[in-house]
Design a protein around this ligand. Structure first.
Ligand code: TMP
Length: 248
């Protein structure tokens, strides 16, 4: 398949082959000017403590009068909740990986247009538990039957354009520890969101390596933190990273 790159979407509008058939304004509210709020994403494998750290960071930011919202992928919007239940429950092989990547991107696009971009434009900071790095880590580095990297890059261009997080905090942890935490947590859930946890340890090790490679490739965006610390110590590291990045 010829690459779609450069033909589909730019922050300035749509160009190339799609111009006549696809007049939708793809990037309505973001990208052209630097948004007022900041977009911080948390990434990592299973059981790395992302949701706990996001909550603590949100409380800290509120305490210094920075308005912010907490959100997540998949399922950061009401519509996205239905996509989330399709994606995180049930048999691990129920989708072809391309179909799965498209569903994650549908969820992401709804998340951006309905929640993330409007919030940033109002000056609200957005803290998201996962974003597009998760798709590369899981559907490319993790999966045996992977989605190709160029295809994922094209999907990013179509759905997200040149927009990207201002800071990505990668919580790095030995998957053996993370999976144990995550299984314990799942015992308390009515609906078991363990579709990916049920993949083998090799998958989770590849995922971890993939995340670290992503961080190495974009050191200006990522901060990697050792998640094998207690909650309070890790929170101190998160706050330090945020203060340094945004000169708070
Ligand atoms: P979590 O919110 O509890 O981490 O669950 C989301 C699951 O979905 C997690 O196992 C990672 C997976 N996932 C992907 O495989 N690709 C993606 O693009 C995203 C956002 C999540």
């Amino acid at each position: 398949m010829p690459s779609l790159k450069g033909k589909v979407a730019t922050p300035q509008g749509v160009d190339g082959d799609y111009e006549n058939e696809f007049q939708l304004e793809l990037f309505p509210e973001c990208c052209e000017t630097q948004s007022k709020g900041r977009f911080i994403t948390f990434e990592g494998g299973e059981g790395t403590g992302k949701s706990t750290q996001i909550k603590l960071l949100s409380d800290y930011l509120h305490s210094i009068q920075i308005n912010n919202i907490q959100t997540k992928e998949p399922g950061g919007t009401e519509i996205g909740q239905s996509l989330r239940s399709l994606l995180v429950t049930g048999d691990k092989d129920k989708f072809d990986a391309v179909a799965e990547a498209l569903l994650y991107y549908a969820d992401r696009r709804i998340h951006l247009t309905n929640k993330i971009w409007p919030a940033l434009n109002e000056g609200t900071w957005v803290l998201s538990d996962r974003f597009a790095d998760s798709t590369v880590a899981y559907q490319y580095y993790g999966y045996d039957k992977k989605v190709s990297k160029p295809l994922l890059d094209d999907l990013y261009q179509i759905a997200v354009g040149d927009f990207k997080p201002d800071l990505t905090i990668l919580l790095d942890l030995d998957p053996k520890i993370g999976l144990e935490r995550s299984f314990k947590k799942s015992l308390e859930m009515d609906v078991k969101e363990t579709r990916h946890e049920s993949r083998g340890l090799e998958f989770h090790n590849n995922l971890r390596k993939g995340y670290l490679e992503l961080a190495q490739n974009e050191p200006e965006r990522f901060v990697v933190l050792d998640a094998n610390k207690n909650i309070e110590q890790l929170h101190i590291d998160v706050v330090k990273a945020v203060k340094e990045r945004f000169k708070l």
